[in-house]
Design a protein around this ligand. Structure first.
Ligand code: G3I
Length: 327
């Protein structure tokens, strides 16, 4: 196979990337995107602050441009994300009445999903609800104290999925989070949470492993990823890799990065329940990590992706192809 999407097809895996509305004007960028990928996540445009910046005021302009680009190129789209504490407008954070918040959440989900109905393949319904609480001193994972959790309790997650399913019986509904791919307490906590959701009959299709490798507390091996995928598959859920990048900050080297791209891709390729791999950026120059100051990235170049600044394939690209084609 000569492209990522062709290689992915051999294993039944969609190959994804992200897009910002401003990038659509970059011909070289979008041509490569359409050539190599068949799945797309708007990097920011379908987040709450962009879609409903003020209460009752919905703005779909930028998101529509991205979805239209995808449709024109026969690329499936995952909306990201309906309920998240970050990139949430202040007016939502300021709500103090539980019933009001519940109504606001239901309205947002209904309006947004309604607008994109038939054009989205999937939605991240809840994003990053679990926090490894180093602030609390014990480092234990627990539910993040967002406005949703404080007013509605942990049940806000079940609620969001039920609201989303009510809007669309066909679209895939995912829970998405980071640092849940290795052998760690957060991955165990996630597993218990998912088990509970499945037992309660919550309409969830699967989970997105973000796979931002090299960011704090997130180093996983292929074997660890495979193990976490397997126990989630055993619950009857689907797994996607939803935001993969492996950065070189903190003195890590390219051989390590290349091997890990291979091994993690292989974990997905060997797992029948793993259905997609999305990379969080097309080329090194457009990675979010370039403006991120954690994990040594302020002083070192992250270079976390499959294409370099000039849109040339890197060895990381070849390793992903190798893993998908059994080399
Ligand atoms: O577009 C404006 C630009 O006009 C302005 O001049 C500039 C000055 O700050 O900001 C630009 O907006 C930035 C935007 O990215 C577009 O690049 C925002 O400040 C910045 O906050 C925003 O960051 C995004 C981040 O989520 C916000 O939390 C990243 O692009 C995006 O890659 C990142 O993605 C998240 C996932 O949604 C969830 N998982 C983690 C992942 C990485 O943090």
């Amino acid at each position: 196979p000569s492209t990522l999407k062709a290689a992915g097809e051999c294993k039944g895996i969609m190959m994804g990337n992200v897009l910002r509305q401003q990038q659509i004007a970059n011909v070289e960028h979008v041509a490569l995107l359409a050539e190599e990928f068949n799945y797309l996540t708007p990097e920011n445009a379908t987040k709450w602050m962009h879609l409903q910046p003020e209460r009752g005021v919905f703005d779909y302009g930028k998101a529509d441009e991205i979805v239209n680009f995808a449709q024109k190129n026969k690329i499936k789209v995952k909306g990201h994300c309906l309920v998240w504490h970050s990139q949430l407008p202040q007016w939502v954070d300021d709500i103090t009445d539980p019933d009001e918040l519940k109504t606001v959440m239901e309205t947002h989900i209904a309006q947004v999903m309604g607008h994109f109905k038939g054009r989205m393949y999937a939605w991240d319904v809840v994003n990053e609800a679990i926090k490894t609480d180093t602030d609390a001193g014990d480092g234990n994972p627990r539910m993040r104290k967002t406005v949703f959790q404080r007013l509605l309790g942990d049940e806000y997650i079940d609620m969001a999925f039920k609201m989303a399913r009510k809007q669309d019986p066909d679209v895939k509904l995912y829970y998405n989070d980071y640092s849940i791919d290795a052998n760690n307490d957060k991955a165990d906590y996630l597993y218990e949470m998912l088990k509970g959701m499945v037992q309660r009959g919550v309409p969830i299709d699967g989970v997105g492993f973000q796979m931002h490798i090299g960011t704090p507390n997130n180093i996983a091996t292929g074997a660890e990823v495979a193990k976490n995928m397997q126990r989630i598959a055993d619950l009857g859920l689907e797994i996607i890799i939803s935001e993969m990048d492996i950065n070189l900050c903190g003195g890590r080297n390219e051989a390590w990065q290349q091997a890990l791209y291979h091994d993690i891709t292989l974990a997905c390729a060997e797992q029948p329940a793993c259905s997609a791999i999305t990379f969080w950026g097309l080329n090194d120059g457009s990675s979010w990590l370039n403006s991120w100051e954690g994990a040594g990235c302020k002083t070192e170049k992250p270079m976390p992706l499959l294409f370099d600044n000039k849109y040339q394939k890197k060895q990381t690209y070849e390793e992903v192809i190798n893993a998908l084609t059994g080399r």
